[in-house]
Design a protein around this ligand. Structure first.
Ligand code: 2HG
Ligand code: ZN
Length: 467
């Protein structure tokens, strides 16, 4: 099949409503961070799994590359096509239905294009919780968060996207559909195929629907902003908090002074919640099956004990939903504040929690040998995951490209030296392909290539990403 007739067949499969015309194309062709610009042979928005399957079948016959796209909120360019106009961009946003809810088994079957915030609302409408939560939840989509195995703000208690999925429906590169939409909690019948597609960044097929795990909704939540003098205190407090609260710590987010200052400087209405300045802060949230009074007593006891032990030096507990939102906004708007200031070299490393203080102690010297930087360090310290972001001291004098890559290499190498990962939650995409080739265990990398070749022998699924 030649390319022109393949593109015509694809247009017919999706119909006029499934086509994006040139005037609307720009937003699909640039990634969220504006690091990459692509061109597509065609941008389509199929409305059903069958349409996705038919599109992929045609692409396979014609040898056309396919780039799947969810909410286009990724950080590594994983959903942007190349710039040679040869690839078909497949957006999943019209596949956005709830297919089923099982209130007893606590599962929900949804299509891949459903926006994450809506998936949360659908669960809530049945008095259940879908706990995956992140800054981009108003636009990222279920298929995208599964394809990148996104993490976010409640991983400590509920796990990453991978831990929250029981079954998947996936269209393979040749257009066959794997129907794995099961809500079974136990199914020991061979390879765990769904795990192959989670985190594959669309390189093995397209996820079209998923069975997600739901949870009972907590009866009450308590949120506090706490100041500490050292990273060791932060780690000690995490361990105490988890043990003494019956593991009801749902978030344990770290913010350093540098990040807080950026937020206060760059974001309207943001202010430091404490009177004095400190170097280390944690936003802690407990979600409890107890009533308001019980959970309040729990967090007060925890903070009191932390102060007596000398780990906590100051802090404030949110007294209302409005105050809670204000504290969360300080944490969630760090990326926006960084963007407003100008250039930022972002990192997303992880180490085991006990090695976080070692990482934080060693990193500044490694960087100082390359270039002076302003540090914005924050992240999901409860998961051992830091966004160790670097900004030029003077926003008008950005880092040169080679300096930026030397800085990134230094941070990645340090994380790997300490047994950690250079990409904890944002994935690999185009941005971190070289790092994957450099840091991944060679036998593991070979195994990934074998899997890729077995499922996508023509290399048509999201070409140029991940591997
Ligand atoms: C977060 O935790 C996101 O806020 C974004 O993962 C991190 O922008 C970043 O560096
Ligand atoms: Zn993050």
């Amino acid at each position: 099949m030649n390319v022109a007739s393949a593109l015509q067949s694809i247009r017919e499969v999706v119909g006029p409503r499934g086509l994006v015309d040139d005037s609307d194309a720009a937003t699909y062709l640039t990634d969220q961070r504006r690091l990459y610009n692509g061109e597509a042979a065609l941008i389509v928005r199929p409305a059903t799994t069958d349409e996705v399957a038919r599109v992929l079948r045609v692409c396979n016959e014609a040898g056309l590359g396919v780039v799947p796209q969810g909410g286009n909120t990724g950080y590594c360019g994983g959903a942007t096509p190349d710039d040679d106009s040869n690839q078909v961009l497949v957006c999943l946003d019209r596949l956005n239905r709830v297919r089923a809810i099982d209130k007893v088994g606590m599962t929900m079957t949804v299509e891949a294009g459903m926006v994450l915030a809506r998936a949360q609302q659908e669960a809530e409408a049945h008095d259940l919780l879908f706990p995956l939560s992140m800054g981009s939840e108003g636009s990222c989509q279920v298929g995208g968060v599964l394809s990148t195995n996104a993490g976010g703000l409640a991983v400590l208690r509920y796990g990453t996207a991978r831990d929250l999925v029981l079954g998947l429906e996936v269209v393979l590169p040749d257009g066959r559909v794997v129907d794995g939409l099961t809500g079974l909690r136990k199914d020991n019948t061979g390879y765990d195929l769904k795990s192959l597609f989670v985190g594959a960044e669309g390189t093995l097929g397209i996820i079209t629907a998923a069975v997600l795990k739901l949870f009972p909704r907590p009866r009450s939540q308590q949120t506090a902003w706490i100041a500490m003098d050292s990273a060791d205190s932060v780690c000690r407090l995490l361990s105490r908090a988890r043990r003494t609260s019956g593991d009801s710590v749902t978030s344990f987010e770290y913010i350093t002074r540098g990040s807080l200052e950026l937020v206060v400087e760059q974001i309207d209405d943001a202010s430091d919640p404490l009177d004095q300045r400190y170097e280390h802060y944690v936003l802690i949230e407990l979600s409890s099956p107890q009533d308001e009074e019980g959970s309040r007593a729990m967090i007060e006891a925890l903070l009191m004990e932390g102060m007596e032990r000398g780990d906590i030096v100051d802090g404030t507990i949110a007294e209302s939903g409005q105050q809670r939102d204000k504290l969360w906004r300080l944490r969630e708007s760090v990326p926006e504040a960084e963007r407003h200031r100008g250039q930022v070299i972002k990192h997303d490393i992880s180490v085991t929690i006990d090695r976080i203080p070692e990482f934080l102690a060693a990193a500044p010297d490694r960087l100082a040998a390359i270039a002076p930087c302003l540090l914005s360090i924050y992240g999901h310290i409860g998961d051992g995951n830091l966004h160790y972001n670097l900004l030029p001291n003077d926003p008008a004098k950005p880092f040169a490209n080679n300096t930026a890559s030397a800085l990134a290499d230094a941070i990645h190498a340090l994380a790997v030296e300490l047994g950690g990962s250079f990409s904890a939650e944002h994935g690999v995409g185009k941005l971190k392909k070289d790092a994957l080739a450099r840091f991944k265990d060679p036998a593991a990398l070979d195994t990934m290539r074998l899997i890729k070749n077995a499922l996508d022998p023509r290399g048509l699924m999201n070409p140029g990403k991940l591997l």
